[in-house]
Design a protein. Structure first.
Length: 274
């Protein structure tokens, strides 16, 4: 499921449960940002796409800004996975602090940024790098990186292409965040509710047992819940894409869900994935 599709699913799945809304918004956020990292590579000619998610960093001062690189595409090693980036450090930290796109034709030779992450960048053989904050008013929803394994200046075409993807992702993230903050619709007085609705509310709804999944269905489900695509899951588990699709469809049928967002949410609610 792409980021826009996840956002559309969230809009359709309105709920009066605030906690459920927050969890659904988190799933949409992960889907949108994971999709953004992949599209930077697929559509903008980047070799590596990364997305940093604003999070409190361990040991940081109260009120200080930072993010963690939570989504990636095109990486060869794992040194840039789950890396904490305080505001102001490196190119992405600079974009986070300045609230503006930044780029360098050669990261390792750049004199306008700190070089705290040179070892990880060198391990990926990266040179040119562009970072764009996902800005919604004064709120930063993340920072997307587009990196190349060559020394080359970033032209206006590529900068606009990454900026366009960032803007689309920001709109989806802002919508999900606003949706999860909405107040539940007020409950109608009992006198105004249909008899069938009143009677249903008086009877506790039993929790349906979760049908057992096969080992492979559970493995595919666990990876799908992290926002991975079918080709990525297939590569991880040594399966074909068609086989992964079959396992996902079977898991969806057993759990009674219609799409990947509902699948991930139901799997977490039922304890199938942590």
């Amino acid at each position: 499921m792409t980021g826009p599709e996840a956002a559309d699913t969230l809009t359709a799945a309105r709920t009066d449960d605030p906690e459920l809304a927050v969890r659904a918004a988190e799933l949409v956020r992960d889907a949108v940002l994971g999709d953004l990292a992949r599209r930077v590579v697929a559509e903008c000619g980047a070799d590596v796409g990364l997305v940093g998610v604003p999070e409190p960093l361990p040991g940081s001062r109260p009120g200080s800004e930072g993010m963690v690189l939570r989504h990636w595409a095109g990486t060869r090693a794992d040194l840039l996975h789950d890396v904490p980036v305080p505001a102001g450090l490196g190119l992405g930290g600079r974009a986070l602090a300045e609230r503006a796109p930044t780029w360098v034709p050669d990261y390792r030779a750049a004199t306008t940024i700190s070089h705290h992450y040179d070892a990880a960048v060198a391990a990926e053989d990266l040179y040119a790098m562009l970072t764009v904050p996902l800005m919604d008013g004064g709120t930063v929803h993340g920072v997307v990186y587009a990196s190349l394994r060559t020394v080359v200046p970033f032209g206006d075409v590529r900068i606009r292409a990454v900026g366009k993807l960032a803007a689309a992702a920001t709109r989806a993230l802002a919508g999900a965040a606003a949706w999860s903050r909405e107040e539940p619709r007020p409950e109608r007085p009992r006198s105004e509710r249909p008899r069938s609705e009143v009677s249903r509310s008086q009877v506790p709804r039993p929790t349906a047992p979760v049908p057992p999944l096969t080992r492979r269905e559970h493995e595919v489900l666990r990876w799908a819940a992290t926002g991975r695509t079918n080709p990525e899951i297939a590569a991880q588990l040594g399966l074909t894409c068609n086989t992964v699709t079959g396992y996902l469809k079977s898991a969806m049928h057993k759990l009674g869900v219609r799409n990947r967002t509902e699948l991930a949410l139901t799997a977490k609610e039922s304890g199938l994935v942590s």
